[in-house]
Design a protein around this ligand. Structure first.
Ligand SMILES: Cc1cc2nc3c(=O)[nH]c(=O)nc-3n(C[C@H](O)[C@H](O)[C@H](O)COP(=O)(O)O)c2cc1C
Length: 172
């Protein structure tokens, strides 16, 4: 299966990146195709709400930024993984911009499954991200939840956390 990972962390060697790498390792072992987009290293603007995509654009976004690299992969993917550090109890702004831009595709045609990887400083800070995941991805986009892995404090980059991410990848 084709899997798209949207990573919202600006830290290339950070905690989220380690979770993504472990997840990818597990998924590759099972023969899945995994494409990771590091949204914080890309130029992805917020949605303009111009509705070009839903009118003249016929599903294409008018903004010619790096989201144009994401759209074709998103259109082919059967699974999406949202990976992010928790910022103010939700996803990073960079990931939120990419999520908002999914609007152009309405429901990505082949998407059926989702998972979420979150890293934070403290425990109990996942409510915002979980709410978006549950309501926008599982309920609105009608995706099947394949698992959520959260790590805070010392759990970040721990072998236990990374093995859980690998196991999630292998379980698909
Ligand atoms: C702007 C900003 C906001 C943050 N907000 C929270 C927060 O609300 N709760 C929390 O526990 N940690 C918060 N953190 C800490 C990060 O979530 C934590 O350091 C995380 O492990 C970073 O992941 P990364 O290494 O993948 O970037 C924040 C960090 C930054 C830079």
């Amino acid at each position: 299966m084709k899997i798209i990972v949207l990573n919202g962390s600006p830290r290339p060697n950070g905690n989220t990146a380690a979770m993504v790498a472990a997840f990818k390792e597990g998924a590759l072992e099972k023969g899945h195709e995994v494409e990771v987009f590091n949204t914080a290293q890309m130029k992805i603007n917020g949605c303009l709400a111009c509705e070009y995509c839903h009118t003249k654009g016929e599903g294409k976004c008018i903004q010619q930024d790096d989201m144009q690299k994401v759209y074709p992969v998103l259109a082919e993917a059967e699974m999406i993984v949202l990976a992010s550090p928790v910022y103010y109890h939700t996803f990073s702004g960079q990931l939120l911009c990419a999520i908002n831009r999914i609007y152009a595709l309405d429901k990505p045609a082949r998407l059926k499954k989702a998972a979420m990887l979150l890293s934070s400083g403290s425990d109990g800070v996942y409510g915002g991200a979980q709410y978006t995941y549950d309501n926008s991805f599982l309920d609105y986009l009608k995706l099947e939840d394949m698992g959520v892995i959260r790590a805070f404090g010392k759990q970040n980059k721990s072998e236990e956390t990374l093995e859980a991410c690998r196991a999630l990848g292998r379980s698909l």
